[in-house]
Every structure is written in C-alpha cells, then in structure tokens.
Design a binder for this molecule. Structure first.
Ligand code: IVH
Length: 692
C-alpha cells in the first residue's frame, strides 16, 4: 500500500503521461504506445483513484466521463462577445475586402499579410483555463451568452484538461470549433442505422446534437474533435503579435490547430489559397464550408476594429453550399444496363454544390424506406464535389397534410418503364429488376455483348464498339436480329471493311450451331452462370423441357436453390424473352437435343458425385469424364443433394463435410464397381496427340 504522498505523486505522473498519450493520439494522430498499454495506464489511474477518492482532481483523465446527466445547461455570459464573420461569395467580394483593409489601415498601396484558415463546419466553443486548468466551456449561443457545456467538452479527447506545467497564463480563453470527423460521422450513422437509432443529416448536426446532450456519457461515445482558431480573454501572458504566431503558440500548448493554415499576401494570395483549399476540400478529414481570412498583425486588427457584429479585419469566403432544401415533385426510375431499377427523385430545380440540380438518386427501395421519402416532401439534397446528388433526408415538419402515401417502386412500376416487361424483387436482394433481359432496350447492348461472348455463342468480332453502332443505328435490337444482318448492311457501316464484315457474318453463321448449355448461358438469365447453364442443359436435355419447368421442377436441378429457380422462371416466362428465344430458333440457331434424356440411361444417371483427394489410378479428369460418360455429374461441393463422395489419399474438407452430412463414401474401386463397364476415356474426353 502506498502512502498518501506516494499515491499523490504516482497519480500526478500517471495523469501527465495519459494526457501526453491522448495528445499524441487525438491531436497529432501519431500515437507512440500501443492501445493496450494506454488502457493499462488508465486502469492503474482508476484503481488508484478508487483507493484515494479525495485525491481525484477535475483535470484527471478519469473525469472525462463520469459527470452525471444535467437537467438543463447553465447560461454563461461571454466576457468578450463571440462575434460572427461577414461572408464573401465571389472573387470581387474578396478583392473589395482587401481594398477596405488597405484603406482602413491608411496605406492603400501596401500589400497586407493575411492568415488564411479553413472555415470549419462545426460549432463555435470557448474554453476557459484558469492557471492551466480547464474550468469551463461555453457554446457561442447568441454571441453574448451561451450554454455551459463543460461536462460534455471534457469528453472530447483532443481538448486538453490541463496545460503543460509552467506555460499557462493566469487566464486563457481559447476559441475554436467542435466538429465530428467525416469517418466518425459515418461510423455513428452506420451504428444508428443498424440499431434503428437517430441518423444525422451531416457531421455538423451530429456534432451539435452530441455536444448539446444533457448526459455527458452519450457525448463521450460520439467522438467529437476540436480545432482552435483564436483566443478570447487572456491574462498574464504576452501574446505573439500575429494571428499565425498565436496559432503556433496554441499548438505549443498542445491545442489542436489545423495544418491547412497559411500566411498569404494580398487579394491574389487569398484567392489562390481559396482555390487550393477548395481542390482538397473533399479529401480533408472534416467538413469545411469556406476559408477564413484574418489580417495577420494583431495591431492592425485592433486598428481596423469592428462594424456592427463582425470584425473589419476578417471575412469568411464561402464555398458553394453542398446542401439545399427543395421539393420532390416525382419519384421515377432509371433502368440500368443490368436491368436494375434505380429510383430517382425529380426535384424542383435548386442551386447546390455550384450547379442547378433537378434529380437526385434514391439508390433503392431500402433507402427510400429508411429515409421515408415521399412525393411532395421537402428534402435536403446534397451534392458534394462531383458525387451524384443525393437526398440526405426529409424535413418532416414540412410534409404536406394529409401526408402523401409511402412510395413503393414495385407498386408504381409493376412493369419496366422502358420495355414493359414485368419487374421483380428477388428475395434477399436490394434491387428491383426488369425481367426483359434480351428484349429491354436499356439492357440491349449488355445483353448482346454477353450473348456474343466467347463462352456463350462465341461470335468473334462482335465487340463493344460494333454493338454500340448496330444498336444506335437501329440495326439490331435483340440477339435474333444478328442472324438477319447481311453483307451490304454491315459493309455500309463506317470503319467496316468488306473483309471484316464478311468475317463477322461467317462468325455469326458459325454460332448457329451450338450446344444447349451455351445457348442457355447466352440468354443472360440473372443468377445463371456457365456452370448452372450446363447443369440445366444436362438435367432437362431439351429446351422445351426447360421452358415448361415450374419453380419446383427447377429446384430439382442439383445446386439450383429457390432464388435461382425463381429468377430462371421469371426470365423464361417473360413473354418478350420467349419471343426472342423463338426468333432465335426460327433464325436457325440449333444444338443436339435430347442429350439429357440419353444421359438419364447411364449407370450414374441423375447422380451427383463429389471428388476429393488423390485416387490411386485415375486422374481427376479421368474420373470426371468417366462419371459424366455414365450419366453422372461432378460437383465441386458436398451438399445434402450429393449422392456419393469419392475419396482418395489426403482428402480435403469435402471429406469432413461428407461425414458431417452423412453422404455415402466411395473409394476408387467402389466408383469403378458402380460404373460397370463404362469405357475409360482419355483425360478431358479428347484424344491426345502422341508427340514421341
Ligand atoms: S474566427 C471574430 N476562424 O465561423 C472572428 N471562425 O461566422 C470570429 N468558424 O461561428 C471567428 N472556422 O465558429 C473563425 N477558422 C475560423 C473558423 C471560424 C469556423 C466559425 C465560427 C463562427 C463563425 C463565424
């Protein structure tokens, strides 16, 4: 057990050390010890203070959280009013400001030096230190009196509770901005969305809502940040003679100051700073809404003084607002290249982010529901940088009465607005899709490129540029139209030589003879890749059998679950897609029918096998070819539908899964017994050339 004196000494050392690490972490963003070590120091502090409660001081890091919730905030008067800034919006405004400053200083010919800083988009706050100790903190309020938010401010880790020993004036009021970093804002909103809590429209609202919390424990969870930008009441200190010097001095006292601050000369220097900062605006970790220019020399500031409620020596040069209020006039949808329906709010045109905006994305139905955007609502639109404008939220107070109904995409768009095909929302998916696939003009180019791709119909020479030209000229709308193209039409396209037109026609013609698997894959059914297409071809054997299958029948295909079965069914029952399929058959696209039926007669007909480990005699390819020749199918993973698992030496996790699911297990001999006298094909099912 420590003596009281020893405890006191240890507490002081711990507090200094912890605050130093807080500073490294939260102010400099450059921690020097691991988090676990920091936690250990905090625990030691808390344990020691629990033993010696009378030694707890208000500046102890343990006191950053722990004040009880308040009933209301106390009002505090500002000894020196917290004034606001006049705004400049144009270059001319800035040039005029600089002229007024030069004239006000009585030397219109002499260039003036300015301290240029970001205009933080947060809340102004005044921090008061008495002989180095944080004694109270107040919001700006109306500029003359604000609210006492000391308990909440203590929870902000980058705000020093105590200034470095021996450097503190008798009294120091530091002014600056409390804000929430963009990343902390995103995190807070993500948590709120997950837990159904309050989602904030922007970091400033989140910061304000968090600072003006009666319960400091809530503020503590919110991760606020602070940047100092000036001083108020100061006693017992000789301040540096310039704004830039004051900022450096505050940095020396461990206050967070931005590294974006510069000293520039004249109006041209200000405008160059404005543009440079504006270009980086979206990469900064916090939001800004402008630049602030302050005459650098404090003596000059004093000579210029104030007009009304704003200084003559400073001005805020605003960036175009990124958020604005407007009204949703309609909600419509765009159909993308993949058939996804994206809801778009049609807005009463509004100037935001430097341009007039009349559309904003609503992303998908879940987003519409979450933000509860309805036609007629007043909404906040945001356009940040070059990002697509979006609806941030609804101003519920301005919702029309009686309230308009909730908006459902499927109710308003039961069919695709582009092609009239049915729209669906697949279970578990956020997007609503047009089932028009091959037929929908919005999906046309994508569908054609997929149809022609190497692993589908393999039409060599039909690339993106050519598809663009064929579709844009109205020569091709669906894949079936490809088979109607002729030499004069193709050769008439610019940049198309007769020879390549001929080559393309030959490639199209060759593609008429294909396999059922390739044909199914080429249709571009959502959720049907090459493997599933092959499964479907093998299972049904004939196209008509596939076209006739209901959702349940489709699910009998190995590895086709309810979602995929539904998606196949929707696609094949869309009349437009049916028409394209028939047109393709009519154009002479064909394959060997009935393969599926023939396969159903082999000794492994309809069986699914999984291979794992090394077999003693057969290679993987040989085993696969044998199984397929006997009518079976080899799958890559074990499921309840697996009929046999063939296990060799050093099997993988498939073996464990087989045991877990209680699937029948075979070795090579067992497999060969099942196969009976199926002849053994060579690897890959093809004859290899003998080279020696
Ligand atoms: S100096 C007398 N510097 O802007 C000068 N203010 O309209 C007082 N602000 O609410 C302000 N960043 O919270 C100054 N670098 C900065 C600032 C800044 C943001 C805010 C401040 C105040 C408003 C002034």
């Amino acid at each position: 057990m420590l003596t009281r004196e020893q405890a006191q000494a240890r507490l002081q050392a711990l507090r200094a050390e912890i605050e130093y690490h807080n500073y490294r972490y939260y102010v400099l963003d450059d921690p020097v010890i691991p988090d676990a070590e920091f936690d250990r120091l905090m625990q030691e502090l808390i344990a020691l203070e629990a033993q010696w409660p009378e030694l707890i001081t208000p500046d102890s890091p343990s006191q950053r959280v722990g004040a009880p919730p308040a009933k209301e905030f106390r009002e505090v008067r500002h000894a020196i009013p917290m004034l606001s800034l006049n705004n400049a919006f144009t270059d001319e405004d800035v040039i005029a400001f600089d002229r007024r400053v030069r004239e006000g200083l009585g030397q219109p010919e002499v260039s003036v030096e300015y301290a240029a800083e970001p205009k933080f988009d947060g809340l102004a706050i005044a921090l008061h230190y008495e002989r180095g100790l944080l004694v109270f903190a107040a919001t700006r309020g109306d500029g003359y009196s604000g609210e006492d938010v000391t308990a909440n401010v203590r929870t902000v880790r980058s705000i020093p509770l105590r200034l470095p020993d021996g450097q503190a004036p008798d009294w120091l009021e530091v002014r600056g901005e409390v804000l929430m970093l963009k990343r902390d804002f995103e995190r807070l909103n993500a948590q709120a969305r997950a837990s159904g809590g309050k989602v904030f429209a922007n970091p400033r609202n989140a910061a304000a809502g968090s600072l003006r919390q009666l319960d400091p424990a809530i503020t503590a969870q919110r991760r606020l940040t602070f940047y100092a930008y000036g001083v108020g009441r100061v006693e017992g200190a000789q301040l540096p003679p310039t704004q830039a010097g004051i900022m450096d001095w505050l940095a020396g006292l461990r206050f967070p100051v931005t590294t974006e601050r510069r000293v520039v000369t004249g109006a041209q220097g200000l405008l160059a700073y404005y543009r440079e900062l504006g270009a980086r605006r979206h990469d900064l970790p916090y939001e800004i809404d402008g630049a602030v220019y302050k005459v650098n020399r404090v003596a000059d500031q004093e000579r210029l003084g104030f007009v009304a409620r704003a200084p003559r020596f400073a001005i805020a040069h605003k960036y175009p607002a990124e958020e604005a209020l407007t009204v949703v006039e309609a909600i419509e949808v765009n159909v993308g290249r993949t058939g996804a329906l994206t809801p778009v709010a049609r807005l009463k045109p509004v100037f935001v982010g430097g341009v007039t905006v009349s559309n904003a994305t609503l992303h998908n139905q879940d987003e519409i529901d979450r933000k509860d955007v309805r036609v007629g609502d007043t909404v906040i639109v945001r356009r940040a940088g070059d990002v697509i404008p979006e609806v941030v939220g609804v101003v519920l107070e301005r919702r029309p009465v009686p309230p308009p109904p909730r908006f459902s995409i499927l109710e308003h768009y039961p069919v695709c607005p582009v092609c009239g095909s049915r729209t669906v929302r697949e279970p578990g998916e956020a997007v609503i899709r047009c089932t028009g696939g091959l037929y929908c003009p919005a999906q046309r180019k994508q569908a054609l490129l997929h149809f022609a791709s190497r692993r589908a119909m393999d039409i060599e020479g039909l690339g993106e540029k050519l598809v663009d030209r064929l579709v844009d000229r109205g020569l091709v709308a669906t894949p079936a139209d490809l088979y109607r193209l002729d030499l004069p039409t193709l050769a008439a396209l610019e940049r198309m030589a007769e020879k390549s037109a001929g080559n393309l026609l030959a490639a199209i013609d060759r593609s008429r003879h294909t396999t059922l698997a390739r044909f199914i894959y080429a249709l571009g059914i959502p959720n049907v890749g090459e493997a599933t297409a092959a499964d479907l071809a093998r299972h049904f054997g004939r196209l008509d059998a596939l076209l006739a299958a209901d959702v349940e029948t489709l699910q009998q295909v190995p590895e086709v679950g309810p979602v995929v079965a539904q998606s196949i069914h929707d696609f094949l029952h869309e009349p437009h897609n049916r028409a394209v399929i028939e047109a393709l058959r009519a154009a002479g696209v064909h394959w060997e029918e009935g393969g599926g039926a023939a396969v159903r007669t082999g000794p492994l007909a309809g069986k699914t096998l999984v291979l794992t480990g090394t077999l003693p005699h057969l290679s993987r390819e040989q085993a696969k070819a044998l199984i397929e020749a006997a009518g079976g199918k080899v799958s890559g993973s074990v499921s309840a539908k697996t009929d046999y698992v063939v296990v060799g030496a050093d099997p993988g996790s498939k073996y464990d899964k087989a045991l877990a699911l209680n699937r029948p297990i075979l070795d090579e001999e067992g497999l060969l017994r099942l196969l009976g006298d199926t002849p053994i094909p060579s690897p890959g099912g093809q004859d290899k050339e003998v080279t020696s």
